[in-house]
Ligand binder design. Structure first.
Ligand code: FAD
Length: 174
């Protein structure tokens, strides 16, 4: 099961699985269909993964010798872009360091500039939380229609593939 719901920020212990079970049950309590039966399986589930879809926007991805990479930097997670952009970021960071002979003062700004062009565009507007847990009935219907259409799924997969192998990346020596 993959369950998504919208909520204000909740203070809780991230290691307390029972608290997570209670939060999920509270969010879906009383809903029709097989909801009660599905929620009951939570008690026996040993592999519950619980997280919030949220993002802190950081103004810079590099500072001195420190570089943020992947979710820690751009956080385009859950839109099908997280793994691809993370791997591309690792490639560009290693490549720029090699190209600059290890000089971080040259390599890190070059890495950030390139990744702003590549990952930065996915940050604008993309909000998988709003798509997955819509706030109106119309948006809910739209989401369901989109997820059922094979053409839309193909489009999403094509987007994921293009993120993982974007054009215009330099072929760094070595
Ligand atoms: C439910 C879900 C579904 C997703 N589906 C997709 C998908 O279909 N396609 C896609 O491309 N992406 C998807 N993503 C996003 C993708 O998983 C992330 O974008 C990707 O894992 C980011 O990689 P990362 O290396 O930046 O961070 P992470 O994978 O989070 O790796 C960070 C690592 O650092 C470790 N760590 C944290 N703090 C410390 C510390 N102090 N010391 C040492 N280690 C530490 C963590 O344990 C973790 O292993 C999904 C994410 C979720 C949650």
């Amino acid at each position: 099961m993959f369950l998504v719901f919208s909520a204000p920020p909740v203070a809780h212990d991230w290691h307390d699985t029972n608290a997570h079970r209670a939060l999920v049950k509270k969010a879906f309590d009383g809903l029709p269909w097989r909801t009660a039966e599905l929620l009951a399986t939570l008690d026996g589930a040993r592999d519950l993964y619980f997280d919030s879809i949220s993002r802190v926007t950081v103004p810079r991805w590099t500072s001195g010798r420190v570089a943020l990479l992947g979710d820690a930097a751009w956080g385009v997670t859950l839109g099908g872009m997280g793994v691809g952009t993370g791997l591309v970021g690792a490639y560009v960071l290693a490549g720029e360091l090699a190209a600059a002979g290890g000089d971080h003062r040259v390599a890190l700004p070059a890495y950030e500039a390139r990744m702003r062009r590549c990952a930065g565009r996915w940050q604008k507007g993309a909000n998988p939380g709003q798509f997955l847990a819509p706030s109106t009935a119309t948006r809910l219907r739209l989401r369901n229609v989109m997820l059922r259409r094979s053409a839309v799924r193909r489009l999403l997969l094509a987007g994921t593939a293009s993120v993982a192998a974007p054009g215009g990346l330099p072929a760094y020596d070595g």
